[in-house]
Design a binder for this molecule. Sequence first.
Ligand code: ZN
Length: 460
Amino acid sequence: MIGKDTYLNKLNSVQRKGLAICLNSSGFVEPQVLEVMSGILPLHLRREEISIREVAKIISYTENIPIKRHLVRWSSNPRLESYISHFGMMTTLSDQMKTNHEIDVNNNQPEFYYTTSFRPSRESPEYWKHLGSSKNRTSIQSDRGRDLIRAHLGDISRQSWVAFTDGSCLGNPGPCGAEAVLYRNEASNELKKPVSSRASILLGDLIAIDLVLSEVEASRARPDTIQVFSDSQSAVGLLTLNWKPDSYTNIIKEILSKINRIEKAGIPVKLHWTPGHSDIEGNNIADRLAKEAAAEASQQDNLPAIVTKQDVKRNSRLLINTKWQQCWNEANVGRTYYHLRNSVTEKIDMDKPDKKNFVVLNQLRTGYCLNQYKSKICPNISPLCECGEQETVDHFMMNCTKQHEIREQLRLSIFFNTGITELSKELFLNCNSDNDPYPEYKDRILELFSIFLEKSKRFS
Ligand SMILES: [Zn+2]
């Protein structure tokens, strides 16, 4: 573990105090419970998550960066004792991610340094904003898109080459293919390429554009212009509007330099976005063939699996959440709360039934409230309830004779609202959705229980 224990303990203590204040919890609630309650990772796991992301980042650097040279030197000398180091820990963790989630940081794409700033330099064209997306496009928008692109095609000189490009992915990320159909003079030809055994559709869309440009470079013909129609706004935005790339920076750089070379040779290259599935012939062919290319990619086992920053981010969190869950399962504290909330990743709404009663519910869930608990901290306090019994959570909620009347009111209103006849502690406090028999009534049950809490005046 990185860092001296004395420093780490100080940090842990800050996290514990901070969470207790935010959650309005007793200062005695264990940090493990507070972390699960708030959905905040324990600090040692946060450091592990950052380590994985950091080593992936370093791997993506060129060797001009000193820390990359250090890592390369370290990797070339893998003695056992060298694992007791920052790089050792980072590498061990990233190996765990590779084993558990098949994400290898060594397949991370190289980082590319841009010299320009990445504020979009140009507004996206007006028509981009009015044609919806492939998920929500109406038939009117589809027709309008088709008419617009057809009108645009009508304006292009007959000596230009026109291409429609498309990428396809079986899953996102998943096996990925690229395709383009290129119309030159009266002829058309189809270009198809399985790209990667694992990538996102954006890579397919970019490679499809690259296929057309490679074809142009390889040809000796001199068309008036090259007009490329892609159905990916992201691809066109990255290449023409100076959008900031999060991934695939190398291929973007490659495409931009191809465009540069072709234009220097006197052939303007125009990239356009065309709405997908809008009944434009070239578009439809590209779409069909890209799916074929993706299917081919899934059959080939020699294609690279490309890992992006987002893959590392997502999968390092998955790995860390698994570890967190393991820690929570095996912890020897906070078992009362664990019984009611055993999943570390399950989100619960902190505004339900309302902020004030949420705090009370959490106190009841931890058991850190009422006289029996208070008497353990402060010997002057009697562990007994006014009715003479030990005042535990179970006693207050289910048995205390003082609350008998309002409990019966609660029982009736629960029955009238939900048809449920049996009251139990779990009915009101359980947060485990996998064993919640009445998920559809959850909110209503909490609202009714908060009326009971208020009438009891025990927490006011
Ligand atoms: Zn009582």
